[in-house]
Write a protein that binds this ligand. Structure first.
Ligand code: FES
Length: 101
């Protein structure tokens, strides 16, 4: 079978439940797309950094693959969530501003 001819409903890579979702980001409602990571929603909302290091340097997405831990956020009261690794869910409450230890 030619991989370029896989019908979309059989494609295991494409999300079948795509569509808009709404999360709360630092108290404000933000819209994203199902399947986006929390980092994707933050970037889509125009946030390129959302926390600071001990000496005040901005931090956000650096590696994007779960290695550097620069993208930490709190999701639904769970601290230290890597935004680049967590897929956003409808109704998530995301808070930022964690200080690097
Ligand atoms: S950006 Fe590096 S762990 Fe998320």
């Amino acid at each position: 079978m030619n991989p370029r001819r896989v019908p979309v409903e059989l494609d295991p890579v494409r999300p079948q439940d795509s569509g808009p979702l709404t999360v709360t980001l630092d108290g404000e409602e933000v819209t994203g797309q199902a399947g986006q990571t929390v980092a994707g929603i933050l970037l889509g909302a125009g946030r390129v950094s959302w926390r600071t290091s001990r000496n005040g340097r901005p931090r956000g997405v650096f590696c994007g693959i779960g290695v550097c831990f620069d993208c930490l956020v709190t999701v639904n009261d769970l601290p230290d969530v890597r935004a680049c690794q967590r897929r956003a869910q409808e109704g998530d409450v995301i808070t930022t501003g964690v200080q690097d230890g």
